[in-house]
Design a protein around this ligand. Sequence first.
Ligand code: CO
Length: 134
Amino acid sequence: MIGRLNHVAIAVPDLAAASAIYRDTLGAQVSAPVDQPDHGVTTVFIALPNTKIELLGVLGDASPIAGFLQKNPFGGIHHVCYEVDDILAARARLKAAGARVLGDGEPRIGAHGKPVLFLHPKDFTGTLVELEQA
Ligand code: CO
C-alpha cells in the first residue's frame, strides 16, 4: 500500500542554524523557510536526489512540535512520510487493522498542498507516520 518515502521530518530548535548545517556543511539544496500557520510550524525543505528532508521549526505558542523539542532539546527525527495513491482507501485499510489515525481522522492539507493523515506512533514501531496522497 505505501509507496515512496516522501520525506523525513526533523524538528529543530533553531531553523536558521539547521539550514546552515544542511546547506554549508552537508552541501545540500536548501529552500527558504515557509511559515505554515495552519500547522504551527515553519518548514524548510532539503531536496535530495531520492527524497526530501523537512526541517520543522516552532511557529506560534501552540506549535505541535513544542513538546517534542522539550524532550529533544537538540532536535530529532519527528516523523516519516510515505506516499499512498488513495488516502481514504489507506485510512479504511488501516482502521480495519485497528490502527489509530490522529486528530479527527479526516485528511488535512499538508505542507505540500496535498491531503495527509498522521498515524499513532504506538501502532507503528514508535514512529509518527504521515501518509500523503501523492
Ligand atoms: Co511531514
